[in-house]
Design a protein around this ligand. Sequence first.
Ligand code: B12
Length: 224
Amino acid sequence: MQTSDLINNLEHSIIEGDVDNAEKWALQALDEKADIPQAINNGLIKGIKQVGDAFGNGEIFLPDLILSSEAMKIASDIFENELRKTGQNIQTSGGKIVIGTVKGDIHDIGKTLVSTLFKGAGFTVIDLGVDVPTDDFIAAVRRHQPHILGLSSLLTTSAIEQKNVIDALDHAGLRSQVKIMVGGGAITEQWSQEIGADAYSGDAREAVDCGCRLLDSLQGEYHA
Ligand code: B12
């Protein structure tokens, strides 16, 4: 099957919330050695974005959204496992990132994709999961001393938690020790600047490029 057809099928399985087909097409994409980041971006993410718009416009309802997200999850787990396997041979970059979705927000898919691609780029990733309280972020920065802290938020109501984490790091005297990257559907470059984050990225690939640049700048500082 042509890669473009495969990617279209993946996209449609997400839009239709068809878990069985999402699994089938993702496995077929692996069999046919399709480019995984391309299948994620042009198949899965394109599909789930369309679902999100339809939900936002009231064309579909929460049960449909849940089915689509289950289809998305099963296909992205298949791709993540594959990236993890192929990533085992990747040289470590020496970079370390702690990442999580902020308190009040259970959206997992985008944050997990960002984690996966950071692992693929040789970073050590400590993924704290979703609905992470501010104190847990602070404790993780203290404990793991990462180069980067990544905060994801998809809800406008939870975006403020990113600011709370940054303020709490400040109060704990830890702010200067870590670069902060923010992202997620509810986040913009402007918000990132307003709350004093170091960087914003709108997608996982860009996030990793940006993380690598931040790591280089830190290593430059250490060697200066
Ligand atoms: C799937 C989904 C769900 C699933 C989540 C399943 C899961 N396991 O994650 C379920 C059904 C559970 C869900 C629940 C809800 N959802 Co919802 N959901 C979505 C949907 C359709 C897709 C999200 C997604 O996975 N996108 C695909 C990923 C790949 O994109 P992404 O998350 O944006 O991530 C990319 C970038 O943002 C970036 N990125 C992400 N994180 C980070 C972090 C860093 C550090 C960086 C640098 C980059 C980065 O890289 C990622 C990869 O490229 C969106 C619509 C949309 N268009 O986004 C609505 C959406 C986010 N949900 C919405 C809502 C309202 C809800 C609910 C409140 C619904 C309800 N009434 O109960 C609940 C929230 C519950 C809660 N407390 O969190 C609204 C939010 C509106 C708003 N602005 O606040 C949206 C926008 C839908 C809409 N149009 O109304 N949802």
